[in-house]
Design a protein around this ligand. Structure first.
Ligand code: DX5
Ligand code: ZN
Length: 203
């Protein structure tokens, strides 16, 4: 299982990014918000250069309306995957083709109050599903265990999809999850004194 580490709501983002990059994390998870799809906005203030020279691939989670308009921001980054919330996407085919051209994987995030039935049409066109363990918009929230059945349900529908869980993951809540391909964890890691031990405890 891969671990993507988020730095959203860390008090020293620059230092946290460096520590994630020097750790055994598999990806650096970049959460970007536009103040429209979710309340907070960091997309105008976040200094994208902080991620330019990292060695780890970047796993981007866009909590924004019309994600296509932001894609050019990432042109100098080593982007592995971009995950979007499907109801923010105006033209899914354009998004899919643009990412394919750039060899970037496409994921769809499913919020705790969203049913997987609404996503069935997309599952063959995407690389991954990110099941949200919290409502998107901020770090350090409590994991919502009611989302757990969605993991097995998606696995049963499409056994090839990469499945991730994002939000509220720590050494206790990880034990509640069935096998997944990756998890996103932020505050549990950046509040720990040893990133590698914390990541190890999730793996
Ligand atoms: C929530 C974000 C998550 C979050 C993870 O909107 O998408 O990536 O920051 O952080 P923790 O592990 O603190 O919930
Ligand atoms: Zn995220």
């Amino acid at each position: 299982m891969k671990v993507a580490v988020s730095f959203l709501d860390s008090i020293d983002i620059e230092k946290t990014i460096k520590e994630i990059d020097n750790s055994i994390a598999d990806y650096i998870h970049l959460d970007l918000m536009d103040g429209e799809y979710v309340k907070k906005n960091n997309i105008n203030s976040f200094n994208i250069n902080l991620l330019k020279n990292t060695t780890k691939p970047i796993d981007i989670h866009l909590m924004v309306n019309n994600p296509i308009k932001y894609l050019s921001l990432f042109k100098d980054l080593n982007v592995y995957r971009i995950t979007v919330h499907i109801n923010t996407v105006n033209d899914f085919t354009i998004l899919k083709n643009k990412l394919k051209e750039q060899n970037i994987k496409l994921g769809i995030a499913i919020n705790p109050n969203e049913e997987i039935n609404n996503y069935l049409n997309y599952l063959n066109d995407i690389d991954s599903v990110l099941i949200m363990g919290v409502y998107p918009g901020k770090g350090n929230q409590k994991f919502i265990p009611e989302i757990i059945p969605k993991i097995n349900a998606i696995r049963a529908i499409n056994s090839h999809l990469v499945i991730g869980v994002d939000g509220g993951i720590n050494k206790d809540t990880i034990k509640l999850l069935p096998k997944v391909d990756y998890i996103v964890s932020g505050s549990y890691i950046y509040h720990s004194s040893n990133y590698n031990l914390a990541i190890e405890s999730l793996k």
